[in-house]
Design a protein. Structure first.
Length: 687
């Protein structure tokens, strides 16, 4: 039986201008029909400029070889870095690192050893991620590349192996949100304050699984380092990418970078910068480009913001938290988020505002303050500027250039009952150590001030400056989808061409699993994840058992499961998709999906649809009914694939229509993957 791919509702298929995200995807898409203009909702095959993997390069290599591949399609496309577990000197880890190095050498792949720095920083420093290109990585923080105008987005290991073997993978162009950064930042407020405020203010999944494009009249006054921090944490905000424009500030940054790397760098050179200047004049969002929504935040109204504890969706001003006298045990200036030179220098200014090394503020007794540069180059520059020495004299403890405490590895993890404040990107419960610790996120200057004060506090308290006045952040959001200019829809251009033998219609009864955030443990219990001998029958039996024990008796093969928002959140286990397939579920509908689950669905040929209106209609229908975790609805869904339309009916397939709307196209390129049973099958067929 054929399995199918994911799509979501979209009214974006109109003959209108493209936004920046769509234009970059257009440039890196392969196999498009002649004259095809891509838009949000479309599945496309993409051939990214580069694909980076880090410590997971060896698992990717094993998957690559397991596909039957023996040669990397384009070695210049692939980058391997070692950055995550660099403090681990066990024989097992060193063997893995050596395996990765040997594999890279054998296949002619660019390789960067442990100690060179964090992969994302290397990708930027070495010019792999470059403005107006599309670069992916098998790591969730590849969004970082958007800070330099590069469309960066994460892929899973199967995707990475497919790129190694064939040069390409798939992507569904997400809805695109415009985020206007209005006005100018007050003195001392940083990019970290912007993104922490955005995560805390817009904390109801407004940008979940969206691509973000940042705009604003004063954007040129936001330094590139701030942009990289903001783009990096669009991941925590729930987005798939966060793209800044190519402007004078960025061009100047590359001209300065050119002086540093010299004239003969293979990727950062005068010719490439000149080409970028010309390319940027035409490759920009069209005047009639449309966006799914627009969010606005007034930078003039910002102050220092802190996330937490243990959630990026909870934020408060540092002034409010300072009054609560929250004791700090550990502080961190590490990770791909805020360990660049400007971050270290901002911290150094707090510990030594006069520049006199004999007048350095010290880390408070009982507090450990850990620092690590984003790369060996950054550490070298920080030593040259004097920032590193100031931080050492303040009592900071150094870690190698790379990851570490941010992901719960190495020295300095939080112990039970401790409080940590960090300039990293995630403060999930237990991520940086004990699940019984509390973790906060803040800017480098706030983290440093807190380490010196021994409690969460502001730089003004250390520098004995007057706290800036603050009366609240001004922010707004509007749905701009309905404002999209009308034009010829996808169906006006004719139906989607279907492969011979590919079903043109998918139907089934809707079974409601009425909950948001059903995670991968709820779909497929974690205790089975690493049992390699679990049969397909057993997978079907345990499917959704942690969510509802009655799921097994209420759901039949051929049914369509419909659930709430962020379905499949949690771990990257692909069994969350394959267990549903084993149960005979070929299609899952929800308000939205966790991104990793979405990719695993396509890669295993499971069909998913995002239709928020439909879940809301069913919830309204059963609002006053007794609670059931799993409920047969008597509603039926029909997906007309050639015409990219879904119809929901009541009572039967021929019953009254309750919903009809357009969805994204399932093009021939994705049909090919699905027919082969998923991405691995497709790759094998290509080889």
């Amino acid at each position: 039986m054929l399995r199918f791919a994911r799509t979501f509702s979209s009214s974006r298929h109109v003959l209108r201008g493209q936004n920046m995200t769509e234009k970059i995807v257009q440039a890196y898409a392969v196999g498009l029909a002649e004259g095809k203009k891509v838009g949000s909702g479309d599945y496309v095959s993409i051939q990214p400029a580069h694909c980076m993997s880090h410590d997971n390069s060896w698992p990717v290599a094993l998957k690559f070889m397991g596909l039957g591949a023996s040669k990397i399609r384009n070695p210049r496309q692939i980058v391997n870095t070692l950055d995550h577990d660099v403090q681990n000197n066990t024989e097992k880890n060193l063997t893995k690192y050596k395996n990765i190095e040997n594999f890279a050498k054998k296949h002619g792949v660019d390789f960067y050893p442990a100690g060179r720095g964090i992969g994302h920083q290397i990708m930027i420093e070495e010019g792999y991620a470059f403005p107006l290109n599309l670069t992916v990585a098998s790591d969730s923080h590849s969004n970082t590349y958007g800070g330099i105008g590069c469309l960066g987005t994460p892929v899973v290991r199967t995707d990475a192996a497919a790129i190694w073997a064939t040069g390409q993978t798939w992507w569904q162009i997400p809805p695109v949100a415009q985020v206007e950064l209005k006005g100018e930042l007050p003195h001392g407020i940083s990019g970290k304050d912007i993104i922490v405020a955005l995560c805390g203010i817009f904390n109801n999944d407004q940008v979940l699984n969206h691509a973000i494009e940042f705009t604003g009249d004063s954007l040129e006054k936001i330094p590139v380092d701030y942009r990289l921090t903001i783009a990096n944490m669009t991941t925590e905000w729930g987005a798939l990418s966060g793209l800044f424009p190519v402007d004078k500030t960025l061009i100047n940054w590359y001209n300065n970078r050119l002086h540093k790397v010299g004239p003969n760098h293979p990727r950062i050179n005068q010719q490439r910068i000149d080409d970028l200047v010309e390319k940027s004049k035409s490759l920009k969002a069209d005047n009639d480009a449309t966006y799914a929504k627009k969010l606005v935040i007034d930078l003039n109204t910002l102050t220092h913001y802190v996330s937490g504890p243990n959630s990026v969706k909870v934020s408060a001003t540092v002034q409010d938290l300072s009054q609560q006298n929250i004791k700090v045990n550990k502080a961190y200036l590490v990770s791909c988020t805020n360990s660049r030179l400007s971050d270290l220098e901002a911290a150094a200014h707090v510990v030594c505002p006069t520049g006199d090394l004999n007048k350095v503020n010290k880390v408070a007794p009982g507090v450990e303050f850990f620092i690590a540069a984003a790369s060996s180059e950054v550490e070298r520059d920080a030593k040259a500027s004097g920032a590193w020495e100031k931080l050492l004299r303040a009592g900071c403890k150094t870690l190698p250039a790379g990851c570490g405490p941010c992901i719960g590895l190495g020295t300095g993890l939080l112990e039970p009952g401790e409080v940590g404040i960090s300039a990293t990107n995630r403060n999930f419960k237990g991520r940086m150590g004990s699940k019984d610790a509390l973790a906060y996120l803040a800017s480098p200057s706030v983290v440093t001030a807190s380490a010196l004060l021994g409690k969460i506090g502001s730089p003004a308290e250390v520098l004995r400056e007057q706290e800036p006045s603050f009366s609240g952040v001004k922010a707004s959001v509007e749905d701009t989808q309905s404002q999209a200019k009308e034009g010829a829809t996808a169906s006006d251009k004719g139906p989607v061409e279907m492969l011979e033998g590919f079903p043109s219609v998918i139907t089934g009864e809707l079974v409601l699993c009425d909950a948001d955030n059903i995670n991968t443990d709820g779909i497929y219990p974690g205790k089975y994840t690493y049992q390699d001998d679990v049969t397909r029958e057993k997978m079907a039996q345990v499917c959704m058992e942690n969510y509802d024990a009655e799921f097994q008796t209420k759901v039949n093969a051929g049914d369509i499961v419909i659930s709430g928002y962020n379905f499949g959140t949690g771990s990257s286990r692909e069994q969350a998709a394959t267990a549903l397939l084993a149960k005979g579920i070929d299609l899952v509908v929800s308000g939205s999906f966790g991104n990793i689950f979405s990719r695993n669905s396509i890669n295993n040929a499971l069909l998913t649809l995002e239709i928020p209106a439909l879940i809301e209609m069913l919830r309204a229908k059963y609002r006053d009914a007794p609670k059931e975790l799993t409920r047969r609805t008597g509603w039926f869904l029909k997906w007309d694939l050639p015409n990219s339309t879904v119809i929901a009916t009541e009572g039967s397939l021929d019953g009254p229509v309750v919903l009809e709307q357009k969805v994204g196209e399932l093009g021939k390129n994705l049909q090919e993957i699905i027919v082969k049973g998923g991405l691995e099958g497709w790759v094998k067929s290509q080889l």
